[in-house]
Design a protein around this ligand. Structure first.
Ligand code: PGA
Ligand code: ZN
Length: 429
């Protein structure tokens, strides 16, 4: 009775952009309940699992998720009820088989993932274990470096700021996660003052970072280095920088179009540009430096820069073992970005991380630009010893709640807690 799945129900709630998303509640036969909700991206990879939207323009401009909600409440509920909530893989497989499509488009990845996560959380609860411990067992004691996105550009700044989408700080030199969060917050506030002193806007973008209008993608890096120093830390020693240009967004007809700089660059020229930025600034991670279909460009990028920064594929791999395996075989990158809703079930996400770890690749855990206050990602990151994650700025409730959950986990671990630090970043020559 304690572990028997009695019911799953869904509802439509709002995400951090004010768009509808799916929330699922799962219950055991003896009345225990757990809840999970699903995030949503803006700069999505074209090979991601399909997020099901109603398309009825009379509700939420077509973005409603009532069909996905209905799929949970009817078909999925019927198929999974009565099972043991600890049978995560079987439950996920039942949903994948029921969906029957390559990309989860029939039931919707948002419907499937909501159930997958709610069931995992319910199993943890029924086992009387915190989620991170239930998912990770005794090895779950590594706290990740929080890579905080403090300048937002690209589509997360409505195309008004930098071309590059994310400029993050990684306080890897801190002794603990809690200290890392403090340092990140201090740099964030120092940056705010620097921007205001320059008469730039300190309004924030989708992930809580500032979104100033800039005239080059170097400017955010310059400001961030100043902010790190102003807050009393050493750039590169205490705190380094991670970048996600999300370059698929500005790749057209074989060229990378940098609006702020008025230039259009080839893959080789972009790679050389990143190399220059790495000469001038302490950049230790570069995600989606090149576009999702530019596999040849990626190979060259990896040859040139793998020793200098962790090279992470996001749109390139979409958390899918098929594409990650190709990346490994062809030596295209050194890490995969891991987003639960990109693949659409917990089990497949575990597979993606396991594949990375088996090959000495990094698994860079990630939120989406449209989030809820659900903290599943924080627990999962500790459970999988992934060592680093990005979940936005130290600002906006849906972002800080993940960092807060990590601080709770660190406290619960007490002396057993270990902070990942610089080792988390895979750089090889
Ligand atoms: P998204 O952005 O959630 O809007 O896709 C995050 C990223 O590109 O890493
Ligand atoms: Zn990305």
């Amino acid at each position: 009775m304690r572990f028997k799945l009695d019911n799953v129900t869904a509802r439509e709630i709002l995400d951090s952009r004010g768009n509808p998303t799916v929330e699922v509640e799962a219950c055991t036969s003896d009345g225990m309940m757990a809840r999970a909700s699903v995030p949503s991206g803006a700069s999505t990879g074209s090979r991601e699992a399909a997020e099901r939207r109603d398309g009825d323009a009379r509700r939420f401009g077509g973005k409603g998720v009532l069909d996905a909600v209905m799929a949970v409440n009817t078909e999925i509920c019927e198929a999974v009820r009565g099972r043991d909530v600890r049978e995560q893989r079987q439950l996920d497989n039942i949903m994948l088989a029921l969906d029957g499509t390559e990309n989860k488009s029939r039931l919707g990845a948002n419907a499937i993932l909501g159930v997958s996560l709610a069931v995992a959380r319910l199993a943890a609860k029924a086992s009387h274990e915190p989620l991170w411990r239930y998912l990770g067992g005794l090895q779950a004691n590594l706290l990740p470096v929080p890579c905080m996105n403090i300048i937002n550009g690209g589509v997360h700044a409505r195309g008004q700021g930098a071309d590059f989408q994310e400029f993050m700080i990684a306080p890897h030199g801190a002794p603990t996660l809690q200290e890392a969060v403090r340092q990140g917050s201090e740099v964030y506030h120092a940056l705010r003052q620097i921007l205001l002193d320059k008469n730039l806007s300190a309004a924030v973008g989708d992930e809580g970072g500032f979104a100033p209008a800039v005239s080059s993608n170097r400017d955010p890096l310059t400001f961030i280095v100043q902010a790190i120093e102003k807050a009393g830390y050493r750039p590169g020693e205490d705190i380094s920088i991670c970048m996600d240009p999300a370059s698929s967004e500005f790749f057209r007809e074989g060229q990378y179009h940098l609006r702020t700089e008025g230039s259009a660059l080839s893959a080789a020229e972009m790679t050389a540009y990143y190399g220059e930025l790495m000469d001038q600034f302490p950049v230790i991670l570069l995600e989606d430096g090149l576009a999702e279909d530019d596999w040849t460009g990626w190979k060259h990028l990896h040859q040139q820069l793998a020793g200098r920064a962790e090279l992470v594929g996001d749109d390139l791999f979409v958390t899918d073992v098929k594409y990650i395996q190709r990346g490994i075989d062809e030596n295209l990158a050194s890490a995969a970005l891991i987003k639960l809703n990109q693949i659409g079930s917990l089990s497949e996400t575990l597979d993606a991380v396991a594949l990375c770890q088996l090959h000495g690749w990094g698994a860079f855990m990630s939120h989406r630009s449209g989030e809820t206050t659900d903290t599943f990602l924080a627990d999962l990151t500790v459970a999988l010893r992934a060592g680093h994650l990005k979940t936005g700025a130290p600002c906006r409730g849906e972002r800080v709640e993940k960092y807060n959950q990590l601080m709770r986990i660190e406290q619960a671990l007490g002396d057993d807690a270990c902070y990942a630090g610089l080792h988390a970043f895979v750089r090889r020559t």
